[in-house]
Design a protein around this ligand. Structure first.
Ligand code: PLP
Length: 634
């Protein structure tokens, strides 16, 4: 799959061609400093004023202020600093100012983090109070009603970036009537998707980010209601009428202007009804491809451009990797925490079960998406479904990882029997889907030896045999033939006299080992491989393949990712997922095996680095990996 389908619009968007053109025009022809009084400066200033005027009209800001800045994070800082300075002044004058900083529990992290930061920095010591959300992701208005009389500042987003849930701003505004609280509404996800008439509301501050709606990163806006307190965050040359110093980002302003023009003139962005039809089509194809899928926010009351879902038995990482291989870019939970694969605090706040929160995927598209893109997305989603359905039953060892711990499956496809070692609750769905069609002979614990069938000396999995061996302190390890040992949390020293040195240790701790290590290597305690030549860039890979036509490319992504993508690099590649590497290792590590160069690759370079490192630690010098992964190969 080559051309990507970008379905992560809530994280950021591509730049609209008209916006790109406007930015280039600003840089090439209107590069003057808008503060300069000569013609070049005046030209730039005219451009800036025009964009501001359009934004004022579109957002309905009346006689409020609208300043350009770097984006919503800056707008949030400015708004919170302004509010907290005003609260401090009111307090000093003995006026009622409130004592709580209230924020919706599903707000973007920029809000609670900034509240805590400025509250601490200004020495205000106000209580920072999350406002609960209901099961549909909406603010709990009854809770807000109880807090409102004591609230100094209330922060509630217009629409949620993870779920697309649209807030009841009218309801919140009504609850805040009579409260001394200032009100910040994060409008980042609302721009271009919801009608906004800010001056008609009680909202004091509304930040925006251009890059969420086809403008470039680094340009944003902040609305401040007429009469709302204001303190500049940035002081200097007095730009933006002294409200935000620093020479303006004219290319960004020009690009944002082009987006706002498209919004105002119509024709570029789809109607609400069209977007709803797009969402329904995508949701239908997801339902067909991923049986058991649950959507984590009701469609009624959410932006039609956002779908948040979980699939039993598939982690968000697995789904992301599968979609990525099929050329579909989606994200897990919030984009900011995707690397950590943590449960989503937004879904947690909605009270969803842990498995849904930790395996959630967000698929979001921008309002300029067209029918052809949606049709292509549906087709690829269907392909992902086919790939998943066609996945063969696992055979051999399967390593599953969650929360820093490994669970191991020993599967024998011929006899359709399997054993699960150190099962974790968080992986139950996944284990269930993998062992479908298998007879589970035992679910074993290395901690206390539990699960072993009474009176059995060994468990037969087809031709393979699993035995139990006491390690000490009630812990046990399980020996698979004479090749592998499932050793739980036992250290190599614990096992030194119990096992032959070439036994491959399959531990329970991900800190101890990403894959597996022979006892001999573990006892030698070699530090992580320092070999720089293990990393190949594209050129080094091409050189190696030329010099060693027999080199084997090994795709260490999951089998369904491999299948979703088709051929990689134009070279035949075999599929040995990292999660199955332990089973394959003995074949590559045979004492007199010829060391054919092995080049591991995956999506980002993480899994392939682990695989190459594992082989090198066992003395396999000809192991390499594609640094940066396939993602960098275009
Ligand atoms: N608020 C919401 C709802 C967002 O989605 C984001 C970005 O993800 C932000 C604030 C922060 O925006 P930026 O990173 O552009 O400053």
């Amino acid at each position: 799959m080559t051309n990507e389908l970008y379905l992560d619009g809530n994280a950021t968007s591509a730049v609209l061609p008209a916006a790109l053109q406007a930015a280039m025009d600003a840089m090439a022809h209107r590069y003057g400093n808008p503060s300069s009084t000569h013609a070049a400066g005046l030209k730039a200033k005219a451009l800036m004023l025009g964009v501001r005027e359009r934004a004022r009209r579109l957002l309905g800001i009346g006689d409020g202020r609208l300043m350009f800045n770097s984006g919503a994070t800056e707008g949030i800082q400015t708004a919170i600093l302004s509010a907290l300075c005003a609260i401090r002044e009111r307090r000093a004058l003995g006026l009622p100012a409130g004592e709580l900083l209230v924020y919706g529990a599903t707000e973007h992290k920029a809000v609670p983090e900034s509240l805590a930061h400025w509250n601490r920095l200004l020495g205000l010591d106000l209580a920072v109070q999350p406002l609960p959300a209901d099961a549909n992701g909406r603010h709990d208005l009854a809770a807000l009603r109880a807090l409102a009389p004591r609230a100094a500042l209330v922060c509630t987003m217009a629409a949620n970036n993870e779920t697309g849930v649209i807030s009841d701003l009218d309801g919140i505004g009504a609850v805040l009537e009579g409260s001394p609280a200032l009100w910040l509404v994060d409008c980042v996800q609302a721009l271009g998707k919801l009608p906004l008439h800010l001056a008609r509301t009680r909202i004091d501050y509304a930040p925006f980010s251009g890059h969420k709606l086809y403008a470039p990163k680094g340009i944003g806006m902040l609305y401040v209601r007429a009469g709302a307190p204001f303190t500049p965050l940035m002081m200097g040359g007095g730009q933006e009428a002294g409200q935000r110093s620093g020479t303006e980002n004219m290319a960004g302003i020009a690009a944002l202007g082009a987006v706002l023009q498209a919004l105002e003139e119509g024709g570029t962005f789809r109607t609400h009804a069209e977007l709803v039809a797009f969402r329904d089509a995508v949701a239908d194809s997801l339902r067909q491809a991923l049986p058991g899928i649950v959507f984590n926010a009701p469609f009624d009351g959410t932006l039609p451009t956002t779908l948040n879902f979980s699939v039993p038995g598939l982690s968000s990482k697995e789904l992301l990797d599968l979609f990525d291989a099929a050329g579909i870019r989606v994200s897990a939970g919030s984009a900011c925490s995707a690397a950590k694969a943590a449960p989503s605090y937004v879904l947690d706040a909605m009270g969803l079960p842990e498995w849904r929160s930790s395996s959630a995927v967000r698929l979001s598209f921008g309002p300029a998406t067209d029918a052809a893109m949606i049709a292509a997305a549906c087709e690829r989603i269907a392909h992902c479904g086919e790939v998943l359905r066609a996945a063969p039953m696992p055979d051999g060892l399967v390593q599953l990882t969650a929360g820093g711990a490994h669970t191991w499956l020993v599967c024998d496809a011929a006899s359709a029997t399997c054993v699960v070692i150190d099962p974790q609750a968080a992986l139950e769905n996944r284990i269930g889907s993998l062992v479908q069609g298998y007879r589970v002979l035992a679910r074993l614990s290395t901690r206390d030896g539990s699960g072993w069938p009474e009176g059995e000396q060994a468990l037969a999995l087809g031709a393979r045999q699993l035995r139990r061996l006491a390690v000490g302190g009630g812990t046990v390890c399980y020996l698979l033939d004479d090749t592998h040992a499932f050793t739980g949390h036992a250290t190599a020293a614990d096992l030194a006299t119990l096992l032959p040195p070439e036994t491959l240790l399959c531990t329970a701790s991900a800190q101890q080992e990403a894959c597996c290590t022979s006892l001999r290597v573990a006892l030698a305690q070699r530090p992580p491989s320092p070999d720089a030549d293990v990393n190949l860039d594209s050129k080094a890979l091409a050189d190696l393949l030329r010099a060693h036509p027999d080199a084997l490319l090994v795709d260490v992504r999951e089998a369904h990712e491999h299948a979703a993508e088709g051929s990689a690099h134009g070279h035949a590649a075999i599929s040995v997922p990292l999660s199955r590497l332990a089973g394959q290792l003995p074949r590559w590590l045979e004492p007199d095996g010829a060391q054919r160069p092995l080049v591991f690759f995956c999506r980002s370079g993480n899994r392939s680095a682990s695989a190459a490192d594992c082989l090198r630690r066992h003395g396999y010098r000809q192991a390499y990996h594609l640094a940066g992964g396939m993602a960098l190969r275009g």
